[in-house]
Design a protein around this ligand. Structure first.
Ligand code: SF4
Ligand code: SF4
Length: 638
């Protein structure tokens, strides 16, 4: 869609938007003055929308190097009375958590909204993580929209709430909401907030902490009253039903659908909970006062189920609470409709054994079996690097260099980014990977405790700036003989080519801070920069660095092949296989694995190259032992 519509003050206009765009629109309607974040699926489009809107609407929006830096920047903006937003995916809040835990104790000035988009089932993440616990842990108000309209409205109102309470407000969303597309009605754009100005007459610090800790408890009690006024939560019932179903945020959509499928509208009371912290006790009790059983539907952990169970203790009769913890719903993974329907039908049978549940509404065993059988029929495809990706060349070069210098048992440490595909064939070379930037600290310790083995740490460019630099400083300080391979493709590749301080193509020349300059400044004695696709040279540089007994860094640099516009080159050649030379040895497939390699149509087991997939990177020529791969020049584009 044309995002421009989201930037207009046209209340009542309906647009097709993503959930993430609806959140951005809510911030725009609130007159956001400062927005920053770090890219990470599933939250990226919120910042992308705000960055696009900023020049036209006259506010500040930019990508930060990590979530803590983003959070701290938004803090400075809030201290300057600006309406501020810090945006991140769920794990990003771990990075910003230290700042979050301090800022909660300080009376802020401009409204401050922290957006956390959680990723149930870890669809684009290493883990599932339920950031509602952060709200409880920090003692901060938090809200969670169920649909596009609420995403816009809650993002907008969160600024008001934050200003009234003078504390940050967490807006929790999930992947399904962020990435769903739907009809969004625009609201009115509020006039800009106060002009930024920093008040030096007060001190902006939690120190000494006991007094603000006490005030925090008081503020949180008040937050309950403030949030109740907004009526984000919704009770649907007559007050006589024996069964209740509670849906948290987006999961409430599944609740409504399941109830309708089973024809239970008249028999079941529903409760949508969008206030995450402090939980709205009054409306929860309205449900508990008349039901015998409650099913709690929510994503990731039994956060709400446990809270409802605790509230039920105050009722003087037994109430059975079902959910993820009780085993009524799967303990892990994203909420899906089939599970909710089955759990609800089961609860109805328990409560009213004679009540007929329409069997045609239940997920049919045959359909589920058919689906499972179909899954098995789908040919398994290996995930791997894009055609022409420079990371493939770097891993290939390392495998050759290791062999050439006779290192048989290296320890190879990975990090977060596209290059984690090095865990998979044909390279299968990575052995560890945990969190952003962790390869630096992990490799440092591995080198210390395994002195007879060569330790090689891979780190991507964006990850290096995000959290890799302190770990590299430690390696330099202790002069541990780790070989760091920085895979620099100039952008935050896996989230859609966002810029960072080393983005030489996307930034002003004066503001680019190359990785190698940082490494040299830190005291890494051996630093070399090589074009990734110049494989022979890369092998040589790696061979040299692998036998050193000091810290070393090879910056393997080549622009991401998906970088918009392919500014680094036009495709001028395409690779071809000379069928007369190809003997079908499959070395190209087994050792290099470019997806452009396909079976030749001659049926003799030879390889051909799909000209539509080939990006003309020319790197595979060095791979074929028969010299069968050659390049053919393409006609210049007219
Ligand atoms: S490596 Fe060369 S000879 Fe072997 S299958 Fe590939 S193109 Fe043919
Ligand atoms: S030149 Fe070779 S490695 Fe590069 S994209 Fe084409 S087939 Fe793949």
């Amino acid at each position: 869609m044309d995002r421009g519509l989201l930037f207009r003050d046209a209340p009542g206009t309906r647009v097709l938007a993503l959930g993430n765009e609806a959140i951005a629109r809510g911030a725009i309607e609130a007159g956001v003055q400062f927005a920053t974040g770090y890219p990470g699926t599933p939250s990226t489009e919120i910042m992308e929308t705000l960055i696009e809107a900023a020049p036209e609407l006259g506010f500040v929006a930019y990508w930060s190097v990590n979530e803590k830096v983003a959070f701290d920047a938004a803090t400075g903006a809030s201290f300057s009375r600006a309406r501020s937003m810090a945006i991140m995916k769920h794990v990003g809040l771990n990075v910003a958590a230290d700042s979050l835990q301090q800022l909660k104790l300080i009376d802020i000035a401009g409204g401050f909204v922290v957006v956390s988009v959680d990723d149930p089932s870890g669809l684009s993440s290493n883990n599932e993580q339920d950031n509602r616990w952060y709200a409880k842990f920090a003692g901060l108000p938090a809200i969670e929209p169920a649909d596009l309209s609420e995403a816009r409205e809650m993002a907008k109102r969160a600024f008001e709430i934050s200003e009234e309470l003078r504390m940050p407000v967490i807006l929790r969303s999930v992947t399904r909401l962020g990435h769903m597309t739907g009809d969004l009605e625009l609201g009115k754009m509020e006039p800009k907030g106060q002009d930024p100005s920093f008040d030096s007459s007060r001190q902006w610090t939690p120190f000494p902490c006991l007094e603000p800790e006490g005030r925090l408890r008081e503020k949180l009690r008040h937050a309950g009253e403030v949030l109740e006024r907004y009526q984000f939560d919704e009770y649907q019932g007559k007050g006589s039903e024996k069964i209740g179903v509670v849906g948290a945020g987006f999961a409430f959509n599944y609740v409504q659908e399941a109830v309708d499928m089973l024809g239970l509208r008249e028999e079941v009371a529903l409760l949508k909970i969008s206030t995450v912290n402090p939980l709205p006790s009054r409306i929860i009790h309205r449900l508990l006062n008349h039901v015998n059983r409650v099913l709690v539907v929510e994503d990731v952990t039994p956060f709400l189920e446990e809270a409802v169970k605790a509230e039920a203790q105050e009722i003087d009769r037994p109430i059975y609470i079902h959910g993820r913890k009780s085993g009524a719903l799967p303990e892990v993974g994203e909420t899906i409709l089939d599970d909710v329907v089955l759990a609800l039908a089961d609860m109805v049978r328990r409560e009213s054994p004679h009540r007929e549940v329409p069997s045609d509404a239940l997920p049919q065993r045959e359909r589920m079996e058919l689906s499972a059988a179909t899954q098995k029929l789908i040919p398994r495809r290996q995930i791997g690097f894009c055609a022409g990706c420079s990371h493939r060349a770097t891993y290939y070069a390392l495998t050759k260099a290791l062999k050439n210098v006779g290192i048989e048992d290296p320890i190879v440490v990975g990090d977060i980014g596209c290059y984690t595909l090095g865990f998979y064939p044909p390279f299968s070379i990575l052995q560890t990977m945990t969190s952003m930037g962790a390869s630096m600290g992990t490799s440092n310790a591995l080198a210390q405790l395994n002195p007879s083995r060569k330790v090689i740490a891979f780190i991507g460019d964006s990850t290096f700036y995000h959290a890799g630099m302190p770990g590299l400083l430690q390696i330099a300080h202790q002069q541990r003989p780790v070989l760091v391979v920085a895979m620099d493709n100039s952008v935050t590749g896996s989230t859609g080519q966002q810029p960072h301080p080393g983005s030489w193509q996307l930034s002003d020349e004066r503001t680019v801070i190359p990785i190698e300059d940082i490494a040299r400044a830190f005291g890494i004695p051996h630093v070399r920069v090589v074009r990734s696709l110049q494989i022979r040279r890369l092998i040589k540089e790696l061979e040299e660095a692998l036998v050193l007994d000091v810290p070393a860094m090879i910056v393997s640099r080549q622009a991401c092949v998906l970088e918009p516009g392919e500014r680094w080159r036009e495709r001028t050649v395409v690779a071809k296989v000379d069928a007369a030379k190809c003997d079908g040895c499959l070395v190209c497939v087994e050792e290099y694995g470019c997806p452009a390699f396909v079976a030749s149509e001659d049926g003799e087991g030879k390889i051909a190259i799909d000209p539509l997939l080939c990006n003309g990177c020319a790197s595979c020529r060095v791979v074929c032992p028969q010299g069968a791969i050659y390049l053919e020049r393409l006609e210049p584009r007219k």
